[in-house]
Write a protein that binds this ligand. Structure first.
Ligand SMILES: C[S@@+](CC[C@H](N)C(=O)[O-])C[C@H]1O[C@@H](n2cnc3c(N)ncnc32)[C@H](O)[C@@H]1O
Ligand code: SF4
Length: 357
């Protein structure tokens, strides 16, 4: 059985964080009922194209999907289960902000059918939460962590680091706490300044490269010491707790998405909101598979690459630069797979520029 996922995008937030370039609007008087009806229609449309597939993951992403009323979440999950065959161990994730503020929110999300909760903590420190423009404080962060760990068996937390003023020793202390909570999965993102965000308009400067590399190396070392495997550049998990849904994207599996900015891939077909379908060329798909696959520790499986895009990996890539990349210790290239080394992860764009013809 192949993997197949459904992504549900909720494009509303309580406020806009100054670093965030994900599409989102401030939720005011949003009529959830209307949006959910539209999502159900879109799901029916994508079902026509994928009815023979078994759903292995569902992901509610955002924006802030913990703003969706639990009964609406349940309705969407039940609808998917009614339309598609669904794997017994289907992973159903939802990204939650710590202070979405329904009483018993996490328990309600669990009752609605969510079995993996991804909590956007971002920082454990008051001053950094303020800097990041978050609407939750450190007390609420710790409280939400407690509730999530007590409610779910499969959980993840997001943190942002390499903030311009951040001290290495403070981050080290935070990582000790983060790794001690007992989350099955941890996502650790270095702050990026994206065009169009408030930080970009303020001309916010990033930490310098050397310091950021030092923080990155400390991060991967501490996570490894605590038995978290770095299976993707920014994602760490305990054995068997990788995010199955995000793996679909990195491995080139099929998925469909509903909601603004949601997209999908079904073989060489790309779907975008709303119900637009276009065909990708084999080369476009191959380039995408390389960019996504090299983010994974296990890299690109050459046989799977050919099955998805129809091109032979070794013939497709620019082989001229391979000996240099090998010599620089940035890649590993075997008959079965092509992958980035730990040092290579720091120079991913350079590797991609050199191998994509
Ligand atoms: C879809 S977003 C947000 C999910 C949720 N609304 C929240 O704020 O917690 C997923 C994650 O991307 C990360 N992220 C977003 N913008 C970022 C940036 N500019 N730099 C680093 N990480 C970022 C944050 O860790 C965030 O939790
Ligand atoms: S980081 Fe999360 S809460 Fe903040 S604007 Fe982006 S999606 Fe919304």
């Amino acid at each position: 059985m192949g993997n197949f996922g459904i992504y549900i995008h909720w494009p509303f937030c309580l406020s806009k964080c100054p670093y965030c370039d994900f599409f989102s609007q401030i939720s005011k008087n949003t009529s959830q009922a209307e949006i959910i009806e539209a999502y159900i229609k879109d799901l029916n449309f994508y079902h026509q194209m994928t009815k023979e597939k078994t759903v292995t993951s569902i992901f509610f992403g955002g924006g802030t999907p913990s703003l969706i009323e639990p009964q609406n979440i349940e309705r969407l999950i039940n609808h998917i289960k009614k339309k598609w065959h669904t794997a017994d161990n289907v992973e159903i994730s939802l990204e939650a902000n710590p202070n979405t503020n329904h009483p018993n929110m996490f328990q309600d999300l669990k009752s609605a059918g969510i079995n993996r909760l991804s909590l956007g903590i971002q920082s454990l420190r008051e001053e950094d939460l303020k800097f990041l423009g978050r609407t939750h404080n450190a007390k609420e962060a710790f409280q939400a962590i407690d509730e999530v760990l007590n409610t779910f068996n499969n959980h993840s937390m997001d943190m942002i680091y390499a903030l311009p003023h951040q001290q290495l020793n403070n981050w080290e202390h935070d990582l000790e706490k983060v790794t001690n909570f007992g989350f099955k999965h941890i996502s650790l993102y270095q702050l990026t300044i994206e065009d169009g965000t408030v930080f970009a308009k303020q001309k916010m400067k990033l930490m310098d490269d050397e310091q950021a590399i030092e923080m990155y190396n400390l991060t991967t070392d501490i996570l490894a010491d605590n038995d978290y495997n770095r299976y993707e550049i920014s994602n760490f998990s305990k054995p068997k707790f990788e995010c199955r849904h995000n793996l679909l994207y990195w491995q080139g599996d099929d998925y469909v998405g509903v909601g603004k900015t949601a997209h999908g891939r079904i073989g060489l077909k790309a779907t975008t909101h709303r119900r637009k379908i276009e065909s990708l060329t084999t080369i476009e798909r191959a380039e995408e598979l390389i960019m996504m696959g090299l983010r994974l520790q296990r890299g690109i499986n050459k046989q799977k690459f050919e099955k998805i895009c129809g091109l032979n990996f070794d013939k497709f890539i620019a082989t001229k630069s391979i000996p240099t990349l090998l010599q620089e210790g940035l890649i590993e290239n075997t008959k079965e797979s092509f992958k980035t080394t730990k040092t290579g992860f720091l120079l991913l764009n350079y590797i991609i520029e050199n191998i994509v013809p």
